[in-house]
Design a protein around this ligand. Structure first.
Ligand SMILES: [Mg+2]
Length: 314
């Protein structure tokens, strides 16, 4: 169980760092950078806003022994490093928060008052998924509220809840041993639960396009599920990247290979896959290359272990 917590958080950071150098690239460009198939070498190991905000979520859950929106909003502001590649909407919200606006209000004022439906809440939600893996009502509530701080559009919140739920299913899954038939049945069960969880029509329609008995080409994945920054064009894609593969390495490489928004799709796929396969399934070469400064690899691992300790002490 502890390895699933560390796997989810480190997996999220590894996926982010792997996708970061090819952010905004077409899938053809990604394959020219990483090569077709075979072993991928992580290029820089530097993570982006996805991981910086995911760290804030985990820190806040540990410090408060659960969710505290005001504290989380403060941590997002305190951790903010503009060189990590934040989007313009989130930057504006963080500025408003730093000027004292409330966490419930600040995010409603961006995008002409509609709020953001980007994947910025889903990309950082892994700690919520592992921490509330056995309490789905609370998981959904916390995913929504943690999203509200920066992404207040219904589709942004629903994307965060769906991603958190998939991480929770992954924490609970993957214990049935390695038989192909069993793994297959388990994935079908997960997909069924995900479809049951989602009430929103936009996400439902996307999940209906996922078929486990027929592998889509990359072009089909991009066309049918998407590879962009909207939550509904990336969360289902991350889920599919996990469901269609058999290892952490293949899942994350597939996600990043689609291009578009690969740091975030990589981070979300890495979170689900890390929660499912556990920390030991993350390729050593990728983990070792992941940055290890003040809040780097070792810090993230300790934070995940702390989160696990708080969880089992409750
Ligand atoms: Mg990013």
């Amino acid at each position: 169980m502890k390895r699933k917590f560390t796997g989810a958080l480190l997996g999220s950071a590894v996926g982010d760092a792997l996708g970061a150098p090819v952010e905004g690239c077409s899938r053809q460009k990604v394959s020219s950078v990483y090569g077709e198939g075979g072993e991928w070498k992580m290029i820089s190991g530097r993570y982006t806003d996805d991981t910086e905000m995911m760290i804030g979520v985990a820190e806040s859950l540990v410090a408060n022994r659960g969710f505290n929106a005001e504290d989380l909003a403060r941590r997002f502001v305190a951790n903010y490093d503009p060189s990590r590649g934040y989007g313009p909407g989130t930057k504006e919200v963080l500025r408003r928060l730093s000027e004292g606006e409330s966490w419930e209000e600040a995010s409603k004022k961006v995008f002409g008052g509609a709020g953001s439906y980007g994947n910025g809440a889903a990309m950082r939600v892994a700690p919520v998924g592992v921490f509330y893996c056995d309490d789905l009502a609370r998981l959904k509530e916390v995913a929504y509220k943690s999203s509200q701080i920066t992404h207040s559009h219904e589709l942004g919140k629903e994307g965060a809840a769906l991603q958190a739920f998939c991480v929770a299913l992954a924490v609970r899954g993957g214990r049935g041993g390695g038989r192909v038939g069993e793994r297959r049945r388990e994935r079908e069960g997960m997909l069924h639960e995900l479809k049951g969880f989602v009430k929103n029509a936009v996400f439902r329609e996307k999940l209906e396009k996922i078929e486990l008995d027929k592998a889509k080409t990359r072009d089909e994945v991009v066309r049918e599920l998407g590879n962009g920054e909207a939550a509904f064009n990336s969360v289902p894609t991350a889920i599919y990247s996990f469901l269609r593969t058999e290892s952490f390495k293949d899942a994350v490489a597939f996600a990043v290979s689609l291009g578009g928004d690969p740091d975030t799709i990589g981070a979300m796929t890495g979170a689900i896959s890390g929660a499912y396969y556990g920390e030991t399934a993350i390729p050593k070469a990728w983990l070792e290359k992941l940055e290890d400064g003040r809040k780097g690899r070792r810090y993230i691992k300790r934070l995940a272990e702390e989160l696990y300790r708080v969880k089992i002490s409750l």
